[in-house]
Design a binder for this molecule. Structure first.
Ligand code: FAD
Length: 447
């Protein structure tokens, strides 16, 4: 049964929480849905008094246990909406629980857009940025790299606002909290840089693995957003190049959009994966057929319609960020490993890029980055594949996505993040009692 406190905060007793992929469950002591920053701050103070830990959650799209807690779970549903749009400054301030799809649509109605985004827009703004959610870009970085101001409730219940300006401590918080993994406080609002809405032309085309790896640097240099998928057990890749366009708008036709996105990419893909799960030896043949089924197409639309698409096929995912100069060698090692092994992989491997950024624990912190993501269809054993892939990624100094499957601990992470100690020192100052701690943070940040 739900209860409503005097301030109006919804509070519910213990019930199980489960993430999108279904691999993580947690049993919070209680969960609350604050409707204002004041209510949230009260809840944090109350939890501290009760000796309970606190964890805010988004939409549970992380594959790691980053959002689990045995204490008070703060749900995002009532802390949503746009707080302010400043056209002169080119910014939007949005409450932490706002789903990215709501933000994107609201911005489009105002003639505005984010510069870059990831593959989907189901996540909340705070959840997505807390783990460093990114798309692909030559000049533009992750969602977190587009944050210009941030507000969070810290362990003593006070509200801290920070940006690249301000006191040294506020600047230190800004450097770290844009990708805070929930460790520094509960984010209540984010200010993003936005720009007048623009058009992007997407060119999707099949290409061989040999060609795409030989020309990788050239494709990255020549396109604002380049990414590709490689289909294991084949020499086939599907490439996507997105660049700004003067128009005219030429969206994916309703029928071909339905055919390519819903039927081929989701419907047929679901059927192919189910067949592969039932008959793993058939996977290489299925991969050859399905990787050829995606044909070339070009379309022009507003950014979020080009960057994102629905993902209905459930999967498990690991993603590592490596120095961009090591991409081709690392990917060739991954391919050789798959070819040598008895593994049968029905899901394509995704490759994206990001420019270096200045966020303390960003996977792109201080270096030009390429991402390699490996996936496994839900219900198929993924451990052997991910373990073998992770061995290759870590040999190249890879940094795991904070929200995707990995086995790294604080000792390893300190060796690949030059500013790791800066983050943990800030955490010691802001949350000495580990009010926002959980098992995941103990593993990746240390006690
Ligand atoms: C289908 C699918 C597609 C994806 N595509 C991409 C992609 O293209 N690029 C990419 O980089 N990642 C991608 N991801 C990963 C996903 O974007 C991240 O895991 C993201 O963190 C999920 O956001 P969420 O709102 O579900 O947050 P959750 O998973 O619920 O939480 C993530 C973290 O944020 C913390 N958190 C949430 N709210 C707050 C708050 N208010 N204050 C402080 N901490 C908070 C939680 O405690 C937790 O540590 C994808 C995942 C899925 C399942």
């Amino acid at each position: 049964m739900s209860t409503v406190s005097r301030s109006g905060t919804m509070s519910r007793p213990r019930r199980a929480w489960r993430n999108w992929a279904g691999n993580i469950t947690s049993r919070p002591h209680r969960e609350i849905s604050p409707a204002s920053v004041d209510e949230l701050a009260d809840a944090v103070r109350q939890a501290a008094e009760d000796g309970r830990r606190v964890k805010a959650v988004g939409t549970g799209h992380s594959f790691t246990s980053a959002a689990t807690t045995d204490g008070v779970l703060i749900r995002p549903e009532l802390l949503t909406g746009i707080r302010a749009i400043d056209r002169a400054a080119g910014t939007v301030t949005v409450l932490a629980g706002t789903p990215l799809k709501r933000l994107n649509r609201a911005l489009a109605r105002e003639g505005l857009s984010l510069t870059n985004m990831g593959d989907i827009m189901e996540q909340t703004v705070a959840g997505a940025t807390s783990t460093g959610t990114h798309g692909t870009g030559r000049d533009s970085g992750s969602l977190s790299a587009q944050i210009v101001g941030l507000e969070l409730v810290t362990a003593d219940g006070s509200v801290l606002r920070c940006s690249a300006k301000g006191t040294a401590e506020e600047r230190a918080v800004f450097a770290a909290a844009r990708i805070g993994i929930g460790a520094l406080g509960v984010v209540t609002a984010l200010t993003f840089a936005v720009e007048p809405i623009f058009l992007l032309t997407a060119r999707e085309a099949p290409m061989s693995f040999d060609q795409v790896t030989a020309e990788f640097d050239q494709h990255v240099a020549e396109n604002e957003h380049f990414e590709f998928y490689w289909f294991p057990h084949t020499n086939n890749c599907s490439t996507k190049r997105n660049n700004r366009s003067a128009g005219p708008e030429d969206p994916v036709g309703r029928l071909s959009g339905w055919f390519e996105d819903e039927f081929l990419s989701n419907g047929v893909f679901q059927a192919a994966n189910s067949l592969g799960r039932a008959v793993p030896p058939a996977i290489p043949s299925i991969a050859k057929i399905s990787s050829r089924a995606l044909s070339a197409r070009t379309y022009t639309d507003i950014p979020y319609k080009v960057f994102t698409s629905p993902r209905r096929v459930r999967f498990m995912e690991m993603e590592y960020a490596i120095d961009r100069s090591a991409l081709v060698e690392t990917l060739r090692e991954l391919r050789a490993m798959v070819d040598r092994s008895p593994l049968r992989i029905s899901f394509p491997v995704e490759v994206r890029t990001a420019p270096a950024d200045d966020i303390t624990l960003s996977t792109a912190s201080g270096r030009e980055t390429a991402y390699i993501a490996v996936h496994m269809y839900r219900g198929m054993p993924y451990q052997a594949y991910f373990t073998a892939a992770e061995r290759i990624f870590t040999a190249h100094g890879g940094r795991p996505h904070w929200g995707k499957v990995h086995t790294r601990d604080a000792e390893y992470l300190a060796s690949v993040y030059p500013r790791f100690g800066e983050f943990t020192a800030l955490r010691d100052r802001l949350d000495p009692e580990r009010l926002f701690g959980n098992d995941y943070l103990r593993r990746v940040l240390g006690a």
